[in-house]
Design a protein around this ligand. Structure first.
Ligand code: ADP
Ligand code: MG
Length: 704
């Protein structure tokens, strides 16, 4: 059925809907209410409930309709009586459209927020639907004609859909009002059975006590009870999470179809021992444990898919480097390190070069700011196996790259990258993937969004790390910090001043706030002269690099920056961070930022500057004072601000799944189990055309 015909609406609305990706009746029916109102009882005027929420329905017959002008506005005064004779009034300002729907001598169900004015019950701009005269009062009325007593089957009087039931309230869409959705949806209710068909096998529905899909869609729009609505809601989110799980599992098995040649070989611990002996420190037990996971994976017949998470500075990069070395020594495999930013690529390059060059590995860097001839040289060396470990930024993946023997890929931070580039890696015989994340993700969420990965956690910081002291301060206190800050700079410590940035795509105003602060600081700290730097996202990569380099080499000792320093930058002497307008950041992000300091055995300090003392904000920031544990903060974020906060920093999708579901680990574990069950029975999703089609549309070539 065509949407336009089904909705009997204008091209203008069809266009608005299309812009919101609603192009079929099926899509339309999946535009769900934002909330519901209990309009199940229709009351007489003397029984109405007057309170804040106060939505009530009454029935009235219009006795008069007057128009008058006041201050250039057209006002409609409409009087009605309820079935037992109480008088009420409807007021409408300047809306000819609404007023034209209400006519004398007709009866309407009137829904709205009643108030009492001049002793009369009044509704302003109510929702009205025409109705027939109720049986019980017809006889009492005088002068009613014969006609009124016989229900007319061809009557044009529409169904009363706006009351006598739980009523859906839709999110407004570019001027399409909630009430209009309610009406259009109502008209489609009896078509649902022909539009939707169950796409899960019936044994599955029975096994897990799910509501059928047709019933679910009906109950989402016009539920018989709130309980039924809840069941329907559960089914909707169940489906979405199930799809994500099925999708993840399919991806996993599709990626792991490629067999590795590493099977049957025994693990050579001496290789690990050799490289560890080169390190300037001893590995923590947690690092050793994760290395064990990884080497075991490397020796399996299918490629590894592992997510390594824990806070910044816990030593993930070292673990990745040791693993890359192992792959090379044992199987002559090449490895790639992917960094989200050029600054980080440079840093990884230096770390890896320092570690691996003395061990006779060739390490190289490939970034998009290199010249074409430089790039070509690196590419040729890669293809001909003169390079064993390469570091590049995500942008480089567009380039035409060849490997001789790619076996190990480390992706730092961005998960989205993996989602997009699976196919790329599959082309290179599906190397092992180590996805690293310094955004601590609550376990339930890791399960929901990283279902295809095995998870390792480095839950231990290197010995000697001090916890960062964190303090909320006012603007005044920030100014007063000056001598203290200068004192620390004199002791060879470095300072970050971070100004807020909300989106990753650096907005101009955020750049301005960094620039302003830069000017501020310059006049506040004349003592530091040229030793103050500025870093923001609008700068050219080369310039950023220069600034970071200057910060490392002491040309700069105080760096004003937006959040571009967020991920992974390692400057051990940076021990002080001031975060301006800290209330504008989520806890996960604050924690990430704070992770830039505290990277050595010197005591570090983080100051959260805020003008706001509002209870909620204070409480949130207080959590930063109280704990250095990223997982605790991530859980808090999940509870307070929703998954978007955490997903935002990882740039994932599906962030509107309700919190109570996303933090319900048991439920999510069950869904994963069920997804496995489903795929065992229907490995290629045969008999599940609906699910198959959905996955292909939304998620691409997974089933290819
Ligand atoms: P991450 O990638 O998790 O943020 P890194 O691997 O960059 O952390 O490590 C942060 C810093 O800690 C580096 O300077 C690294 O050399 C150092 N480091 C790593 N592991 C240890 C350890 N076991 N003991 C002491 N220092 C360590
Ligand atoms: Mg790192």
């Amino acid at each position: 059925m065509e949407l336009k015909a089904a909705l009997k609406t204008t091209p203008k609305y069809i266009k608005i809907l299309a812009d919101a990706w609603i192009t079929s009746v099926k899509d339309f029916l999946q535009y769900f209410p934002r909330t519901y109102e209990d309009r199940s009882t229709i009351r007489n005027l003397n029984e109405l409930i007057f309170n804040e929420k106060g939505i009530t329905a009454t029935k009235g017959k219009i006795v008069s309709k007057k128009i008058f002008m006041r201050w250039g506005r057209r006002i409609y005064d409409i009087n009605f009586v309820d079935p037992i004779g109480n008088k009420g009034q409807i007021t409408i300002f300047n809306s000819w459209f609404l007023a034209s729907k209400i006519n004398e001598d007709k009866r309407y169900i009137i829904v709205g927020k009643p108030i009492i004015k001049y002793g009369k019950v009044m509704f302003s701009h109510p929702d009205v639907v025409e109705t027939e005269a109720p049986e019980d009062i017809r006889d009492e009325e005088q002068g009613t004609s014969e006609q009124d007593h016989v229900p007319n089957p061809n009557s044009h009087v529409p169904e009363v859909y706006n009351s006598g039931r739980i009523f859906p309230i839709y999110p407004e869409l570019m001027g399409i009002k909630p009430g209009r959705f309610a009406q259009k949806m109502r008209n489609l209710m009896d078509k649902i059975d022909t539009i939707f068909s169950e796409y899960l096998p019936s044994e599955f529905i029975d096994k897990f006590w799910l509501m059928w899909v047709q019933e679910t869609i009906k109950a989402m729009h016009y539920p018989d009870s709130f309980d039924q609505q809840k069941q329907a809601n559960l089914r909707i989110f169940f489906d979405r999470l199930l799809r994500i799980q099925v999708y993840s599992l399919l991806n996993r098995s599709s990626y792991q179809e490629n067999k590795t040649n590493m099977d049957g070989e025994i693990i050579q611990r001496d290789i690990i021992k050799e490289i560890i002996s080169w390190l300037p420190f001893t590995l923590t037990n947690a690092q050793k444990k994760v290395l064990k996971h990884i080497t075991e994976n490397i020796h399996e017949s299918k490629p590894m898919l592992r997510l390594l998470q824990w806070d910044v500075g816990s030593g993930k990069t070292v673990v990745a480097a040791v693993s890359a070395y192992y792959t090379y020594k044992k199987f002559w495999g090449q490895s790639v390190f992917l960094a989200p930013l050029e600054v980080l690529a440079n840093q990884h390059y230096k770390t890896l070069a320092k570690l691996l060059l003395p061990l006779w590995l060739r390490v190289a860097l490939l970034t998009w700011s290199m010249s074409t001839s430089e790039k070509n040289k690196v590419k040729l060396d890669l293809a001909e196996w003169r390079i064993h470990t390469i570091v590049w930024t995500h942008a480089v993946i567009q380039e035409d790259i060849q490997f001789k023997q790619l076996q190990f890929v480390v992706i730092d931070e961005q998960h989205k990258f993996w989602v997009r580039q699976r196919a790329f890696f599959k082309r290179f015989w599906a190397p092992h993937i180590l996805q690293m994340s310094a955004t601590p993700i609550p376990r339930s969420m890791a399960l929901a969004f990283f279902g295809e990965f095995d998870v390792s956690i480095i839950d231990e910081m290197p010995i000697g790390r001090k916890t960062i002291e964190t303090k909320i301060i006012s603007e005044k206190e920030y100014i007063k910090l000056k001598p203290w800050i200068l004192d620390h700079i004199a002791k060879w410590q470095k300072v970050f001043v971070v100004t807020p940035l909300i989106e990753e795509s650096e907005k101009l105003e955020d750049v301005h706030s960094a620039m302003n602060e830069f000017e501020n600081i310059k006049s506040l700290y004349p003592e530091l002269k040229g030793k103050i730097g500025l870093l923001h996202g609008k700068m050219k990569p080369k310039d950023k690099e220069v600034i970071m380099q200057d910060f490392k080499t002491w040309k700069i000792c105080l760096l004003v920056s937006t959040t571009v320093i967020e991920v992974g930058v390692d400057i051990p002497e940076a021990t002080i961070m001031v975060i301006k307008n800290a209330e504008r950041f989520g806890l996960s992000q604050l924690h990430q930022l704070r992770g830039r300091i505290g990277r050595s055995d010197i005591q570090s300090y983080c100051f959260l500057e805020t003008k706001s003392k509002a209870g909620d904000i204070w409480k949130r920031l207080k959590a930063m004072e109280d704990t250095n544990d990223g997982f605790t903060l991530a859980e808090l974020d999940l509870q307070n601000r929703g998954a978007g906060e955490i997903l935002g920093t990882m740039q994932s999708w599906e962030s509107d799944i309700p919190l109570e579901i996303l933090s319900d680990l048991k439920f999510l574990e069950k869904i994963q189990e069920w997804a496995k069950w489903l795929l065992e029975k229907y490995p290629k999703l045969q008999w599940l055309p609906g699910l198959k089609k959905y996955l292909e549309e939304k998620m691409g070539d997974v089933l290819a």
